[in-house]
Structures are given as structure tokens and as C-alpha cells.
Design a binder for this molecule. Sequence first.
Ligand SMILES: NC(=O)c1ccc[n+]([C@@H]2O[C@H](COP(=O)([O-])OP(=O)(O)OC[C@H]3O[C@@H](n4cnc5c(N)ncnc54)[C@H](O)[C@@H]3O)[C@@H](O)[C@H]2O)c1
Length: 323
Amino acid sequence: MGKILVTGACGFIGWKVCEKLLERGEEVLGVDDLNDYYDVRLKNWRLEKLRKNKNFLFVKFDISKKEIRYIVKEAKPDIIINLAARAGVRASIENPDIYYQTNVIGNLNLLECAKEFGIKKFIYSSSSSLYAGCKIPFSEDLPVNEPISPYAASKKAGEITCFTYHYLYGIDIVIFRYFTVYGPAGRPDMSIFKFIKLIDEEKEITVYGDGTQSRDFTYIDDIAEGTISGLNLSGFHIINLGSSFPHSLNEVIKIIEEKLNKKAKIVYAPFPKTDLKITYADITKAKKLLNWEPKTKIEEGIEKTILWYIENKHWLKYIMLKD
Ligand SMILES: NC(=O)c1ccc[n+]([C@@H]2O[C@H](COP(=O)([O-])OP(=O)(O)OC[C@H]3O[C@@H](n4cnc5c(N)ncnc54)[C@H](O)[C@@H]3O)[C@@H](O)[C@H]2O)c1
């Protein structure tokens, strides 16, 4: 495939994509600014795993800075996979500026690099949160013009900019709309990570709304494999990657309770205006274009996540969770 630049390499999805590319013998340059949106120890843990592979090189850098072009110029990648982002929906209300800096300007900087240095393949990570207000299951041809959070708006802007660069410069671009990703070494601002840790520690968990809201929880390995298979496509595509099997938060809590053999102490809080009641991916396009199907069912995925948690509990006990 040539050299691959993966931004957000120390993030949850970026790390797994790098890991799978390295397993295939690819040469990977990882870029990440290691910001403290969530506990950096988790990002460093992922980075240390990647650093064990001699085909992995890492540069700590912020993609929203124009100087990213010097790194790209020097590294001469053949492909850019942009997984660097500010990714929390609720936090985007407090700090919309940072979201636009990374998700819009940062992505623009990378597209400019692709144009300037003749990089012909580009992957952009978008989100199911764009489907607010749409009928389920969410298919890619639905109009998504009413984002209900700064995060979703920034992702929409990123998508649109990608199209412009495909149109003007013939760059092959695949935009993936990911649906609630979970798994080992996941994000401490997301429900499954938080629930496992807090239920195990016999602390209270907060459920926004009544817990009947559903998410199309998708296992990390399935997401990483789908993302990499996007490198075989040419042209411009927007593709959902989701399990296409929504589960409510109440169901997820029940599975975790059973597997940990502990009872959750639930505190209820108002349902946020920025959240969707349900996410549910139509994955016809991913099946057709990528021959991709999610392989991991929720019970198995949660089991693997809990096993990782138990194995790493000695340091995870110090990890700060985030709302
Ligand atoms: N995890 C999910 O459920 C999910 C769902 C939908 C979409 N996504 C999208 O997938 C992508 C990856 O998400 P994730 O879950 O791995 O999030 P993450 O926060 O774990 O990873 C993002 C990484 O990008 C890095 N980063 C942020 N701003 C940067 C900048 N300016 N320069 C360089 N690095 C920067 C962060 O330090 C982090 O390591 C994001 O685009 C996110 O919006 C994720």
C-alpha cells in the first residue's frame, strides 16, 4: 500500500487501525497531539503498544496547525487516514471552537497536504450523530442537514470539504460514519468503558434519560477492519459502519451486571438536547462496496472489553472518567 499516515494514532480507533495495518506489514506514520480531552495515560498506553513495531513511527503534532505540511512533506505518505478529532458530543457544547479547529481546519490542512503532495487516497472519520431527526435505519442517502451539536456540525463541515477536494483534485475519498464504537482500551468518556469501571468499583453510574435510548454499538475490530477495507475503493463514498443491531443502555447495563456479577447503582439525569434517542445503521452499502459485515455480537464484545479491563485494572483504577 505504501506509507500510511494515520492521524489520531493514539486515539481509540486510530490505535486499532494502526495495529491492524502494522499486522499486515504496512509502514505507518502516526500523528497525535496527545491532548488531555480524556486521560492521557490511556493514549500513552496505546502508543507504547504501537511503538513495539519497527514499522511504526510517531510524531506528536496538532493537525490544526498549518505546519503539519512540513511533516507530510518530509514523510511522503501515499495515503492519509484522518482519525484525529475532538470526539465528544456533550463536550462540544462547552468548547465548540476546539471542535472546529481540529475537525474542520485540521481536516482542511490534511486535504491541502493531499493536494500539494499528490496523495491520492484519503479517509475521513465522520459520525452517526449526523443522522439526528432521520428515520431508522439510517442510510447514507438521507439528507443530513440539521446537526444538533457543534460536534455533528463540525463533522458535516468536514464531509463537505472532503467532497470539494475530491471534485477539484480527483483525490479518492471515503468518509466513514461510525456508530458508537466500543471495545478494549476504549474511550473513558463513553458509556461502556464508564459503566464497566464504575459498576466494578461499586460506584454510581449516571444514565441520561430512562435508559431506553438505543445505540448501534459496534466493536472496535470490526470498525478498524472496515476502515482499512475502504482503501480499496476509488472515487468518493460515504459509508456507514455500524452493527445494524441497536441495544438500549438498559440492556448494556444488564449484560455488564451479569458478566461482572455486580449490581449497578443507577442515578438518572435529564436527557441532553444533543443526544439521539436511537442510532441504527443501514449497512447495505458497506456490505456491497466493502464486502464488510460486523462479526462481533454485543455480549462477546462486552466480554472481551471486561477481560481487558480486568487484566489492566492495576493501572485503570487511576484513570479519570469523563462526562
Ligand atoms: N468512538 C466512536 O464511537 C466514534 C463514533 C463516531 C465517530 N467517531 C470518529 O472517529 C474518529 C476517532 O474517534 P475515537 O473514538 O478514536 O476518538 P479519540 O478521542 O479516542 O481519538 C482521537 C485522537 O485524535 C487526537 N487529536 C485530537 N485533536 C487533534 C489534533 N488537533 N491534532 C492531532 N491529534 C488530535 C486525540 O489526542 C486522540 O488521540 C473521530 O473522528 C471521531 O469523531 C468515533
